[in-house]
Design a protein around this ligand. Structure first.
Ligand code: HEM
Ligand code: HEM
Length: 197
């Protein structure tokens, strides 16, 4: 039997959504910059920061998926055409898959070519992937393609969120905002309140 769905996103789900969103947007910028600028200390530092934040994004995503699994998510707002419902489910699934695949593939690539992989120059977090630079090249090429795919899906996702907020003027964006009560009305304990009246 299907599990009942929550009426709203929890505070933890919202906090993870916006923290991961900010980090991923920063990561795309850092990734494109570090691969474009010339060799030197700045480039090396950007690589170290990119790898470290990437491993953190993967860890936060694992926590987020566990929460999503245990708690579920509120149903999409009512009244959406079937194709928009399908597009929303497919894009959320793609975002979750890419949030795991992009950092995991990048981490595997650098573990193969360039151990040790450290968290901010300190804690070693190298994965047991061998093969050296020859194995790493195709792995990192896949990382680049997946990262650009993630950026593209995120752009569509942001456009959809703005369409809901500014075009349809529904609760979709509001219910993802911190402290928002949007979407919680379904949780009101009507019989209890009626009894007190
Ligand atoms: C959500 C997490 C991540 C995002 C959004 C991301 C994004 C990107 C982007 C946009 C690029 C540039 C692609 C290009 O120039 O075409 C890049 C390159 C790179 N990333 Fe990531 N990345 C993530 C996680 C990681 C992790 C965890 C590692 C390693 C621990 C990593 C290692 C690298 C490396 C080594 C490159 C350079 C690859 C090359 O020279 O072709 N990335 N990343
Ligand atoms: C890298 C950036 C982002 C990523 C990876 C991302 C990822 C996701 C994912 C996976 C979900 C599905 C949540 C679930 O049902 O479990 C979601 C929901 C949502 N996101 Fe994002 N997001 C990003 C940025 C943004 C931005 C910038 C906005 C606003 C402009 C936004 C607005 C929303 C809204 C409103 C929902 C809730 C949709 C609903 O309840 O039907 N997201 N996001």
């Amino acid at each position: 039997m299907a599990r009942p769905r929550p009426a709203h996103y929890s505070g933890a789900q919202k906090a993870l959504h916006w923290t991961i969103a900010a980090l991923v947007l920063a990561m795309v910028g850092i990734g494109l910059t570090m691969t474009a600028i010339g060799e030197g200390a700045a480039r090396n530092a950007l690589y170290e920061i990119h790898k470290s934040i990437g491993v953190i994004v993967l860890s936060l995503t694992v926590v987020r998926l566990a929460l999503r699994w245990r708690r579920g998510a509120p149903p999409l707002v009512a009244g959406l055409p079937g194709w928009q419902r399908a597009a929303a489910h497919a894009s959320h699934l793609a975002l979750y898959a890419l949030l795991v695949a992009v950092p995991l593939v990048g981490w595997s690539g650098v573990s193969a070519c360039c151990p040790p992989v450290n968290l901010f120059w300190t804690v070693p977090v190298t994965l047991p992937v061998g093969g050296g630079i020859e194995a790493a090249k195709p792995i990192l090429a896949v990382h680049d393609v997946l990262a650009l795919s993630l950026a593209a899906v995120v752009a569509i996702h942001i456009a959809a969120a703005l369409h809901h907020h500014l075009g349809r003027r529904d609760e979709t964006l509001r219910r993802m905002l911190p402290g928002s009560a949007a979407g919680q009305r379904q949780e009101v304990d009507v019989p209890h309140r009626a009894g007190r009246a």
